[in-house]
Design a protein around this ligand. Sequence first.
Ligand code: FA5
Length: 341
Amino acid sequence: MQIIQKLDSILKDALKEIEDSKSLPSLEGLRVKYLGRKSRITAVLKGLGALPKNERPSAGKASNEIKRKIEGALEQRKEQLSRDIFDGIATTERIDITEPGVQGPKGSLHPISQLSMEIEDIFMSMGFSIAAGPEVESDYYNFEALNIPPDHPARDIQDTIWTVDQTLLRTHTSSVQVRTMETKKPPIRVVAPGRVFRYEETDASHEHTFYQVEGLLIDRDISVANLIAVMRTMLREVFKKDVKVRLRPGYFPFVEPGFELDISCHLCNGKGCSVCKGSGWEELIGCGLVHPNVLSKSGIDPDVYSGFAFGMGLDRLVMMRYGIDDIRLFHSGDLRFLKQF
Ligand code: FA5
């Protein structure tokens, strides 16, 4: 039968070309050429109608078989070519694991983070643990529980950035004092380093976003002498020598008595400069004995327990330790500054 001979000759040509093809795109071309709508097989099949009726089934069957054979040959060749390509990559693109790598630039911890971690270690060696609280805080924890009710004039001392619904960006880490007293029973010894925010104009020693380390110690018979001893120990550890400090009366509604602890300005050796505003002293720590109202509001009996609290300006401490003359450098993103630490 003429049609069967034609199909056999197409099959022979197809198998030869498939065998000789060297790439996946050329194989795809052959699939279109031999099995596509404009292929020779399709043309042959169109002539089936002209055959006598009894010859048509065997011719149709033969053409299907040839198509299957071509498909099988294409699939086999594709697998072979893919394997060859993969083997080629494996030999030409071998990785030399002995080749030295390229070292990317290395960052380092910010000086504030470095000192914060050091301070945590110093206090941990004195038996303190580390506490933390949220930066977005409620009016209650930032003010009210600290003996600063609404309309109290002391609210004006710290210019506040309010968000919504009596919520604010905490103006000091003292909010962590209250959260700690609510959840821990005395004796309590914690420090809480953290970021605080104030709606405040900046200058060489003032930032709107800065860091404080809060400290709280509550036990029986705690006095100002204990507070001073702990402050001195901490400063000696930070500066590796005794540093000149002075204690002044200070007003914070959540302590009684309250103090401001100043450190002799390390930038001008006490002579007076733009950081200490010519005074020779830099205000570093607000502190005092925890007010009985604050203790009882947090469920601690002020007749049994007393305690001290402090809030230290961490940025200023870093400035004094390294002789940095402008607090704004910390957030400037200036790599020349940061690379020195
Ligand atoms: C307070 O924030 C009190 N919460 C401190 C405190 C805690 C008192 C516990 C009593 C008991 P003050 O606003 O003074 O107080 O801030 C404390 C320290 O943070 C200052 O001594 C100073 O070192 C630092 N500080 C204050 N304002 C700024 C500022 N704008 N920029 C950088 N550091 C600041």
